[in-house]
Structures are given as C-alpha cells and as structure tokens.
Design a protein around this ligand. Structure first.
Ligand SMILES: Nc1ncnc2c1ncn2[C@@H]1O[C@H](COP(=O)(O)OP(=O)(O)OP(=O)(O)O)[C@@H](O)[C@H]1O
Ligand SMILES: [Mg+2]
Length: 421
C-alpha cells in the first residue's frame, strides 16, 4: 500500500466515494488503499448522499460518485455542483451509456465518467489520473509562482489610526495594485474594518474561532464578506457579554488558508494580542507600527520594536506616524526618531476633513483622500510594502538590540516638549 496521500488542500479529505452497490464498493476499497486514498471514506449512498454530505462538510480533493440510483442525473448533477467546492476532481459512475449524458457531465466540470460495471483496473486508472490532475498545476501552472505577503498593522496606542490604515492598504492592494487581498480584523469584539466600509461584519470570525478545525478554502469563501472583486474581509462583532474562549488556533489556520487563497493578507491586530498570541507574528512579513508623535507613543514604539526583535525577528517593522499635524507635534519628528533610534518610515498627515468624509461615505481614507497629500502618503506606504514583498529575504538583518532604558530619554523629551509649548 502507498503512504496516505495528502493533496495539500488544507483541511479537505483527500478522497470520498458515494456508491450505490456493495460489489463496486468491494472493488474500490483495495484500489483506493493501493493509491494511498483513505478507504473509510467510501460509503453506500450515491449522488443524493454525496450532495447531503458536501452541503455540511468540506469537499474532498477527489470525489467518486455513483449516479446509478439517480432518476434524473442530468438535473441532479446540478445539485452536486452547488455544494461541491471548486478544485475537487469529480469522477462519476453510472449505467447509462448515452453520449448526451457524457457530454453534459463533462460540461458540468465532471472529470471522468465510468460506465458500470467497472473493473478494478478502470477504477485505478481513473483515480490515478485524478491524482495527477491535482498535482499537475502545483508543479507547472501559475500556482507554482504563487507567493504571499502578510502585513500586520498594530496601533502603538488606541485610536492612532491602525484600522484606518489597514482598510486603506486593503483597498489600495486590491484596486490600484489589483492583487487578491484578505483583510483580517482581529479586533473580535470592537473591530471597525467592516463598519468603516459600510458592510455587515457577519459571524465569520466568531465561527472560525469556535470551530478552528473547519477552516478551509470553502469556509473562507462562505465566511468572508466582499468589499470589492479582489478584497475579502473577515471580521466579527462578537457579543460583549460572554468571554470568547480562544487559544489562537483559529488565527493560525486562517493565516494558512489565506496564504493559499490570496496574494496579500492585511491583519488589523490589536496590540494586546502581542501579549496574548505572540505566535501570530511568526507568519507575518511586514509589521506596520502605527503611531502618533506623542510621548506615550514614543515610549511604546520603543517597547514594541524591542518586542519584535525578540519575538518576530523575521518580520520587517515599518514605523508609520499618522495624524501628523501641519504645525508642531507634541514631540518633534527628529526627537521622536532619536528616541526610538530609527527613522520614521512614513508620515501620514492629519487630515480630519478626509477622515470625516471617509466615515460618512463608508469608504477608505485612501480612496477619499486620493487627490491630496494623504492619498499620496498612503500609496507610498502600500508601494513600500509591495516592494518589500518582492525583495523578501534580501534585507540585511536589523542592528543588535540595546537595553530599552538606554534608549528612552523620557526626561529629555519632556523638557523639549515643555520648551516648545
Ligand atoms: N490621518 C488621519 N487624519 C485624521 N483622522 C484620522 C487619520 N487616521 C485616522 N483618523 C481617525 O482617527 C480615528 C481612529 O482611527 P482608527 O479607528 O483607525 O484607529 P485605531 O488605531 O484602529 O483605533 P482602536 O485603538 O480603537 O483600534 C477615526 O475617527 C479615524 O477616522
Ligand atoms: Mg482599530
């Protein structure tokens, strides 16, 4: 027997068969086992049982379905198409030797049709071909070149604009750059990604947290809400009267599935999750630290940069100062930079007029402010992240860490603040 075959389709079973008679089932079991396909998934039931099963569970990679007990296979196969996840290779069996039926089945996306009674060799050939079909695109097709870049946005303190920047990046990636993008709003109770785009958040994220084992391509297709053709959002407005038991497994599954289904993931990550779920950043390529030019933000930027060095050394941090006022900030840019011992990578102007318009229109700041400086600054941030995605791995390692207190001259900053006010 071959080793168990794993097609690399997330949580999907590699194989399921719904047959109509014991004789074919007895023939199939050893053939499936020889090909490394799990034979327990072979049951009596035919097309109807297949439709019922697939309506409530993820589709297998290869599906063998017997049409013999179906009175109207031409129509009933449509029911299968409705519940069967794209990517499943379906092989049909039947007693009807009719070229019209064969053509219709092929046009419906059925991979092969075997006329009963079948031999073990025919079953084996058909299943082997199905396996080859599933493997072929991974080796040679565009899938082979599929790369993924995950960006997390963390607000250094509350209200600095992390969610505003997350939705703006999602919008820019999916429209200006035309890249399939997932926006994951991990602020499960108080997230604002959906509401700021005038969408209902749905229950997607709450369901994912409750059933991490069910997260797969199909789940994602059903649970995510579409903001446009290329931007899908997963968020929640979890009830605030009951705690949400959550070990973070769902987030890891989601990250993994997004990796397969999208080019880019944008994660709006509440900073408290650095403490509760530090492992989440292991899969993240760029961490955008959204800050304001204030004293508490300077202190916490230092702390979080230091945390990242230790816990997520593979992620590239970008410091983005948002809501930068036209005149004097609470802390001057240069002082903020010497305090955090690195430059601020991007400055986004304070633009209350555009922010208000965006909220009123249910659009992103990047869209509403596209004609002005704010739009240009947001586009520059998006382009920088995509540039980093392209040259991933080429960046030199960050300089060695020094002690936090060594770097944070809080008295000096306070003195400067007082002298400028
Ligand atoms: N550049 C900007 N200019 C003016 N207002 C802004 C700017 N960026 C964001 N805002 C506004 O700041 C407020 C807070 O923004 P947002 O909700 O994105 O912050 P947050 O960091 O995600 O907050 P929370 O800590 O609640 O998650 C919103 O009203 C938003 O419109
Ligand atoms: Mg937020």
């Amino acid at each position: 027997m071959n080793a168990a075959w794993k097609p690399g389709l997330g949580q999907r079973d590699p194989f399921a068969a719904f047959l109509c008679d014991e004789a074919t089932l007895a023939l199939l079991r050893p053939v499936a086992t020889d090909l490394g396909l799990v034979a327990e998934k072979c049951v009596i039931g035919g097309l109807r049982a297949a439709i019922q099963s697939l309506a409530v569970s993820a589709s297998p990679a290869i599906l063998l379905v017997d049409l013999s007990d179906s009175s109207d296979p031409l129509n009933e196969i449509g029911g299968l198409a409705e519940v069967c996840e794209p990517g499943t290779v379906v092989i049909a069996l039947g007693r009807v030797n009719d070229v019209r039926l064969y053509r219709h089945l092929m046009a419906s996306g059925i991979h092969d049709y075997l006329l009963k009674p079948v031999t073990g060799a025919q079953l084996s050939d058909a299943l082997q071909q199905a396996k080859d079909t599933l493997l072929a695109p991974a080796a040679t097709g565009p899938e082979a070149a599929h790369s993924h870049h995950a960006t997390a946005l963390i607000g250094i303190r509350g209200g600095v604009g992390a969610s505003t920047l997350a939705t703006s990046l999602g919008w820019l990636f999916s429209t200006a750059h035309r890249r399939p993008t997932a926006l994951l709003d991990l602020d499960v109770h108080f997230g604002s990604a959906a509401i700021s785009l005038d969408l209902e958040p749905g229950r997607g994220l709450v369901d994912a947290i409750a059933n991490p084992g069910r997260i797969d391509g199909l789940f994602i297709e059903r649970a995510m809400i579409r903001a446009n053709d290329r931007l899908a959002i997963l968020s929640a407005e979890a009830p605030i009267d009951t705690p949400l038991v959550n070990d973070g497994a769902a987030y890891l599954h989601l990250q993994e599935e997004f990796r397969h289904s999208f080019d880019l993931t944008v994660i709006d990550m509440p900073r408290a999750m650095l403490i509760s779920h530090p492992h989440l950043l292991a899969q993240v390529n760029t961490v955008v630290l959204v800050t304001e030019l204030t004293l508490p933000c300077a202190r916490d930027t230092i702390r979080i940069l230091s945390w990242l060095k230790q816990h997520a050394p593979g992620a590239q941090p970008l410091v983005v100062a948002n809501k930068v006022p036209p005149g004097t900030a609470e802390i001057a840019k240069g002082d903020f930079e010497s305090s955090i011992e690195r430059s601020i990578d991007h400055l986004i102007p304070a633009d209350p007029k555009s922010a208000t318009a965006a909220a009123k229109l249910g659009k992103t700041l990047a869209e509403v402010a596209q004609a002005g400086r704010t739009g240009a600054a947001l586009r520059a941030l998006a382009t920088a992240i995509l540039g980093a995605a392209e040259q991933a791995g080429a960046d030199p390692p960050p300089p060695a860490a020094r002690s936090l207190l060594d770097r944070f001259d809080i008295k000096g900053l306070l003195a400067k603040k007082q002298s400028t006010s």
